[in-house]
Design a protein around this ligand. Structure first.
Ligand code: PRP
Ligand code: URA
Length: 209
């Protein structure tokens, strides 16, 4: 069963409070999305498997631990997910990056695909799907389905804010996918926006409104 992890770390919560503030500038918003993505990545990779290897330090032979298991890929959902890419790559610089373009139809709120380019070897990688907002869950559930169609089996979802509706949808359609959020908010409003949320993440990252 999919697990929901709400990251209560004080640094994440403090930074999230700045994102939520409507007076935060585009520059600061973008920087903080990236910082939160780094901190969330640190927490979300806590259970990656390690293997013991032997190396020589300048002083002695030593048994040390290295990441084992499959290599990683990150897949931001365009466009707001792009804001989380650099922060995650700071911690896992060798991860490959795929892109999935989805937008919500403003009337139906259903996701419409307009772009998909994933690494060729995506099926051999563990994947982190990135998107700041999990609202109805339509975009995330569709993105995860695309990635599964390419043969990927280990997928995790990282969102800065989730709504209960979105969590429920992803968990029911993808019970194998763990979800990591910095906050689980109260609800969606009639326009499918998360309440209290932070507004339109894409517009606030790129300054388009
Ligand atoms: C936002 C957000 C998610 C989606 C969440 O993107 O970044 O991708 O909405 O909503 P859902 O859970 O109801 O699918 P949007 O469609 O506004 O596109 P953008 O990233 O290009 O701004
Ligand atoms: N997409 C956003 O950017 N914000 C919301 O609150 C919901 C969907």
């Amino acid at each position: 069963m999919s697990e929901l992890h709400v990251m209560e770390h004080p640094l994440i919560q403090h930074k999230l409070s700045i994102l939520r503030d409507k007076n935060t500038s585009v520059k600061e918003f973008r920087e903080i999305v990236s910082e939160i993505a780094s901190l969330m990545c640190f927490e979300a990779t806590r259970n990656l498997p390690l293997e013991e290897v032997e190396i020589d330090t300048p002083v002695a032979r030593a048994k040390v631990k290295r990441l084992a298991g499959k290599k990683l890929a990150i897949v931001p959902i365009l466009r707001a997910g792009l804001g989380m890419v650099d922060g995650v790559l700071q911690l896992i610089p060798n991860a490959k990056v795929g892109h999935i373009g989805l937008y919500r139809d403003p009337k139906t709120l259903e996701p419409v695909e307009y772009y998909c380019k994933l690494p060729n070897d995506i099926q051999e990688r563990d994947v982190f799907v990135l998107d700041p907002m999990l609202a109805t869950g339509g975009s995330a559930a569709a993105a995860i389905s695309f990635i599964k169609q390419r043969g990927c089996r280990t997928i995790r979802l990282m969102n800065i804010i989730g709504a209960p509706e979105g969590v429920k949808k992803v968990q029911s359609e993808h019970p194998d996918v763990d979800i990591f959020v910095a906050a689980l908010d109260e609800k969606l409003n009639d326009h499918g926006y998360i309440v209290p949320g932070l507004g339109d993440a894409g517009d606030r990252i790129f300054g388009t409104k």
